[in-house]
Design a protein around this ligand. Sequence first.
Ligand code: UDX
Length: 470
Amino acid sequence: MSKHIPIAVVGSGYVGLVAAVCFAEMGHDVICVDNDERKVAALRGGDTLIHENHLPELLERYRNTKVRFTTDLAEATRECQAIFIAVGTPQSETGDADLSYVEAVTCEIARSIDTYKVIVEKSTVPVYTNEWISRALERNGVARHLFDVVSNPEFLREGTAVCDFLHPDRIVVGADSERAAAVLNAIYAPLTSGEYYERTSGIPGVCSVSQPPPFLLTSTKSAEIIKHASNAFLALKISFINAVSNLCEATNANVEQVARGMGLDSRIGPRFLRPGIGYGGSCFPKDVAAFRSVAEQLGIDFSLLTEVEKINVQQKRRFLSKVRSALWTLRGKRLGVLGLAFKGETDDIRESPAIELVRMFLGEGCSITAFDPAAIQRTEEILPAGPNLKYVDDAYAAAADADALLILTDWSEFAALDLQRLNQALRYPIIIDGRNMYDPAVMTENGFTYLSVGRPTAHPVRELSASSHN
Ligand code: UDX
């Protein structure tokens, strides 16, 4: 039986809340701290506040028992041996991560440390943050032997976060002291020993029981860099395939075939090679900018990352040009839009390329009717409905009488629409798909002009036979 460690998680946002309930699922007792009283009350009442698979079940199972929610950081610090800092590190105007929340929490923790504590960086932070945390603790009167600071980055994807936490590819712990490493080792022992997988059958339908993950122990600085380097590399992979997709469009090749051919090389791997309208979300744009800024401050030329960002911006402009090329002009056109979230199966709209494109089309004088299965409410808060922007309840209403339908988010339900119904709803049967949700041959059979990313344009059968007479 693994040793259960009392854990405090500071911050009940995305990473913090998932970590808190998953630590409980692994067998630990957790105190989750947030300074927002309304949030704490909602969580105590069983409201997760974010849309994430399996989170409601786990919260229901452990709330107010193995996971307690509180605003009292001092008490949580005194009661727990490991304190995970999972507060936000938003992007500042210069591209740097804004660490003021991490600093504020550190100073508050310092006031309550009276026995040995391990302070764990769970938020994504730049290299050297561990040294700043140590300095802040010491400046606030904590004796050096009473704490260690370790880095334990998180690799959660929205939509599969619970699964990613309990079935990770690896657990990375950056610790410069054996004592701190032993605490983290004990915390993750239910996973690394396989004990958790023996006593559970996994999360039904999604996570199957997996091999115990490797526990990678590194220096603290290396772990900090692993997080930024991993996200920047994944963003690079996406920008790379987006650039390749443009090359495929220019040569009438098919990016899906190219990606498959590349991905079968085990050194490259098939994942994160889906072209689209550019990456978005709360992590990639922010982390690439922060990593670039870290390199700049250290005098390292990492302009590769600037190119990654540049391709990401261009990819949206290219999509707009593609729509223009299909419709001749944009001013006054009615566009149906499917998808507002930054990716499918989430209501998160942070840095969503779909919303950026909606703004760009509005700027071009188009009128838009948009549908998203979960993100309309959040979108309305930042982009209210108006004379040129309407939100509707289903995909067919978005298509109704539109000059073209645009697919901007890869919701799985968008791949299963009734194509004949869509065809009849549209004013012109034109679909411009930024996520390659459909097989062009199927669209041809269903009478659409279908433009996607990095694949030859499909024309309706009718049109093809007409042009063959020319
Ligand atoms: C990401 C990382 O995957 C995760 O490890 C990290 O902890 C947080 O950031 P997330 O932001 O939830 O997770 O989304 P992810 O599924 O990685 O997608 C990010 C963006 O890239 C989305 O806009 C998605 O549409 C886009 N994407 C992803 C592509 O355009 N092509 C791909 O092949 C994969």
